[in-house]
Every structure is written in structure tokens, then in C-alpha cells.
Design a protein around this ligand. Structure first.
Ligand SMILES: Cc1ncc(COP(=O)(O)O)c(C=O)c1O
Length: 499
């Protein structure tokens, strides 16, 4: 009899039941050619004895393989490997105790689709100056679960578990269109809205629909790295324009348009990512005029519209677009919680239809239940209650962070207090190398971007976003203490020039 006890490696500590381990092991042996067609399997009693198992476990494993056609039962003779199975070349038996390894690499070549900087995440919730994420501890989970329960109790609840519309739940598109009309001046209805899994999906869909290799895309000199990556992924050629205290340099945009055809311009007018500056009103109107004159599309990413502290939010470019130039994307990731993966794309219906069809290729639809629950949060007013509360808290945290930076890092870090958003754009003095600073902070338990996310800026830009929203006052104070101590570490380790 074959040495089944070394061929079938059973592990009683696994969650997988033993009969499945036996069936899986036998199947592996069949596929590796160790059990050739026509081979007779040992009786269940004998195999159970060899493996130290209950006979019933082996019977169930055999039954499963017979049901799947991997073994055949011949009356009064026993169980056999069917003769019509193609024979694999026998491979050497594995050494006792060895586990067949899952291949570490594919046997075929392929190109890695994208190259992105590593995510700045920690396995455990650590102290982090993130890119500007919300405090998920404030997320209205209670209201959300209540909304789920309300929906689950409806007689029609099962409908949300079936395949639904790839454009997103009609109910959510309707309340969202109402909300965007009222709060952002967008003259839209539900047909203008595609619900996506976050604004990144909307950016990707736009890039895929509009861009072909060699197409020119204008972005800020520093720009949101994941948008740049989505454009490059389509083979687009990125042209950059400077960003000053009033946002994108629109005259530079015009000069580029005079030199060559431009297909798309990406802009975060409310708070430019990463520098947080707001695009001045005359520049917004000028961008719309340029788009109409030169025939390029504008992708307006209004990722943090909900968080403005000084005054009313500026209205989106899309609210003044009567020409059909603007594709507007937004997210509930910052308003509620990033992991909910809810965002939207707003555009004239022809583009929404095309984007919806494209979306079906990579994601048949969103999460209908979640979409219904979000619609309920809009309808009941819970979402706006949460936003009012979060805005107040984040404004306080912004002020605390700015005060702490002034107090503990005078001269080491330069910044303007942002009028909105969830992060401070901190420019470190040239002698404080950001990469070394990020490492020093990490050693002391604070995550800080080393600047790789903010590509393309001024040479030696030496700046990072300090997300303040997800840290409470105590945590902000700890984080700034670590930051200041890390700056001192660097200064202490700098070689002293001979006097
Ligand atoms: C400027 C900008 N756009 C888009 C996104 C993506 O957001 P979402 O989580 O909705 O995909 C982010 C996320 O941080 C962002 O900063």
C-alpha cells in the first residue's frame, strides 16, 4: 500500500475538517500523478487505520471524491481511479512531513499594472499623521445599523440582495441628487449620478473612458498621487502647472493649451491636494472658459467638500458649467468612513451611461444594502447631523494642531492654517530631511509620510500632510511631542561643521 500517511498530511489544528483534508490530499496525489488511472484505493478501514482516523471520516472523504467523479466505485471490487482520467507525469513523493508548497511565482509572464508608493498603514492602530482621514470613532455606526434594520424589516428587503443596478440604488441617486442640488448648486437629477465605490473608482472610470496613450492631462505640480497613477495607467502624458496660494496657475494652463491638444485637466478646487489651497473664484471661471475654448474635460475631485471652517464652502466648478465640460466626483469616505467605499460621479447622462457600462466590467454593482442604508441616513437627516458634529470637532482639532506646531516647532515647520479639509500642509525647514524625520518618528511610534506621496512638487519640497481629524486633543499633543523630539534627534545627529 502507498505511504498514505506521508502523502496525506493531516493537521488537526486547522479549522478545515479532517475528511476535507483527506479528500484534498487524495485529489492532490491524483493530480500529481501519484495515483495513476486504474489504481485501486485501500479500503476505508485500512486507510483509516493507516492514518489513525475514524473510519467514517475516510468514508465521507471517499464519497465526496466519488460524487465529484475523481474516484469510481466498482461493485464488489472497491474504489478505483477512473481509467479515463488523463495521466499526469508522476512526481517524487514529498519527504515525510513536507507540505506541498503553493507556487511562489506564476509560470507565465505578466506585467505589474501599477506602481504606487506603499500604503502608510499600521497593523495596529498607531499614532499617525495620516493624509487627512476622518476619525472613524465618530462615524454614526448606530444610525447606520438602525438604517440597515429598518430596511431588513421591509417586506421588499430581499430585493436588495439580488443583482441590482450598476448605476447604484435609485433611492440613493435621488436623495443624493437632491442634496447636491441644495448644498452645491448642481442642477442635476438621478440620471446624472453614478454611485461608485469611493471617488477613486470614479477617477479610474473617467481615466479609462477618456484617455488613450499619449493623451495630455494637466495636473498641479504636486497632485493627488492616485489620480496621477490612474492617468499614467492609461498611457496619458502628464503636464504639470504650478500651484500657488490661489490654486492652479490658470495662465500656465492656457499656455499649454496653445501648444498642444489637451484631453483632461484634473483639479481639487476646494482644497488642493496636497497643499490645501483653495482655487480662487476668477481662476475657476477661467478654467471653465478654457475648457470650452480648447475642448478639454475637467475632472473635478471635491473629496472634502463637507469640511470647511472659515466660511461657506465654495461652489463646485460643476455648478457653473453650462457647457458639459465637467465630470464631478465626490466621496462619502471622508464624510462617514473610508472603508464604507461609497462615492459618486456626476456628469451629463451620456457619460454616466458609458461609465456605468464600464463599471460593470470590473464591478457588477455596488453594495445595494449599504446604498439603501446611506439613502436612509440622508433622508432621516442623520448624515447632516453627523457632519455638523464632525465639522465642529475637526475645526477644534485643526486649531489645536496649528497651536501645538507653533509652540513646539517654531522655525522647523512652515504652514498656513487650512480653511478646510482634514490636514495641514507642513513644509519642513530644508535642514530637516523629511525621509530621515519620518524614520525618526516611526522609531518613536508615530507614522509620518516621508513625502513620497506628494510627488512632482518643487525640487526638495520637503513637505507632508499632517492629518489632524483622526487624532483627539491628547493624541495630537502626543504626536507633536514626538515630532518635536524627532526633529531634535535629527539636529543632534547632524555632523557639526568645524568651527
Ligand atoms: C484627493 C483625493 N481624491 C480621492 C480620494 C479617494 O477617496 P475614496 O476613498 O472616496 O476613494 C482621496 C483619498 O484620500 C483623496 O485624497
Amino acid at each position: 500500500m502507498l505511504p498514505f500517511q506521508t502523502m496525506l498530511l493531516l493537521d488537526r489544528t486547522l479549522e478545515q475538517p479532517l475528511y476535507r483534508q483527506v479528500a484534498g490530499g487524495l485529489l492532490g496525489a491524483l493530480q500529481r500523478g501519484l495515483l495513476a488511472p486504474g489504481t485501486r484505493l485501500p479500503g476505508s478501514r485500512a486507510l483509516a487505520q493507516q492514518l489513525g482516523l475514524n473510519r467514517q471520516t475516510v468514508i465521507v472523504a471517499y464519497d465526496e471524491l466519488v460524487a465529484q467523479g475523481w474516484l469510481e466505485s466498482v461493485p464488489r471490487r472497491g474504489l478505483f481511479v477512473p481509467r479515463n482520467l488523463p495521466q499526469a507525469a508522476p512526481q517524487p513523493l514529498l519527504a515525510a512531513g513536507a507540505r506541498p508548497a503553493y507556487p511562489a511565482r506564476t509560470a507565465f509572464a505578466f506585467e505589474s499594472a501599477v506602481e504606487l508608493p506603499p500604503l502608510l498603514l499600521s497593523a495596529r492602530p498607531a499614532l499617525a499623521f495620516n493624509d487627512g482621514f476622518p476619525d472613524v470613532r465618530l462615524a454614526p455606526l448606530e444610525a447606520l445599523t438602525r438604517a440597515y434594520r429598518t430596511i431588513a424589516r421591509r417586506p421588499s428587503a430581499a430585493r436588495y440582495l439580488r443583482y441590482g443596478s450598476p448605476q447604484g440604488a435609485a433611492h440613493l441617486r435621488a436623495v443624493l441628487a437632491d442634496d447636491l442640488r441644495a448644498s452645491r448648486g448642481l442642477a442635476i437629477g438621478p440620471d446624472n449620478v453614478l454611485i461608485t465605490r469611493g471617488s477613486q473608482q470614479a477617477i479610474f472610470l473617467t481615466a479609462h473612458l477618456l484617455l488613450r496613450p499619449g493623451d495630455a492631462v494637466i495636473v498641479g505640480e504636486t497632485n493627488y498621487f492616485a489620480a496621477n497613477a490612474a492617468f499614467r495607467h492609461q498611457g496619458a502624458h502628464l503636464l504639470t502647472v504650478p500651484v500657488d496660494a490661489h490654486g492652479l496657475d490658470v495662465e500656465a494652463v492656457e499656455r499649454l493649451c496653445q501648444q498642444r491638444p489637451v484631453r483632461l485637466l484634473y483639479v481639487t478646487p476646494h482644497h488642493h491636494h496636497p497643499t490645501t489651497v483653495t482655487l480662487r473664484a476668477d481662476r475657476r471661471l477661467q478654467l471653465l472658459r478654457l475648457a470650452a475654448a480648447h475642448g478639454f474635460a475637467i475632472l473635478e475631485d471635491d473629496y472634502d467638500f463637507d469640511f470647511h471652517y472659515a466660511s461657506s464652502p465654495i461652489l463646485p466648478l460643476a455648478s457653473a458649467d453650462s457647457h458639459g465640460s465637467v465630470i464631478y466626483v465626490g466621496s462619502l469616505g471622508k464624510s462617514l468612513a473610508p472603508a464604507l467605499r461609497a462615492g459618486y460621479l456626476v456628469a451629463p447622462p451620456d457619460l454616466v451611461r458609458a461609465a456605468t457600462e464600464l463599471r460593470r466590467l470590473l464591478d457588477r454593482q455596488g453594495d445595494s444594502l449599504l446604498e439603501e442604508a446611506l439613502a436612509e441616513l440622508y433622508r432621516s437627516g442623520e448624515l447632516h447631523r453627523h457632519l455638523r458634529k464632525a465639522r465642529r470637532i475637526y475645526e477644534g482639532r485643526r486649531d489645536v494642531l496649528c497651536a501645538l506646531l507653533h509652540e513646539h516647532l517654531p522655525g522647523a515647520v512652515h504652514f498656513e492654517k487650512p480653511r478646510g479639509g482634514l490636514a495641514v500642509w507642513a513644509r519642513f525647514a530644508p535642514q530637516i530631511a523629511l525621509k530621515a524625520l519620518a524614520q525618526a518618528c516611526q522609531r518613536r511610534g508615530l507614522l509620518l509620510s516621508d513625502g513620497t506621496y506628494y510627488e512632482g512638487g518643487q525640487p526638495n519640497q520637503n513637505a507632508a500632510r499632517l492629518g489632524f481629524a483622526s487624532l483627539n486633543e491628547t493624541e495630537l499633543s502626543e504626536a507633536v511631542t514626538i515630532l518635536a523630539a524627532s526633529v531634535q534627534d535629527l539636529q543632534a545627529s547632524r555632523p557639526q561643521l568645524p568651527g
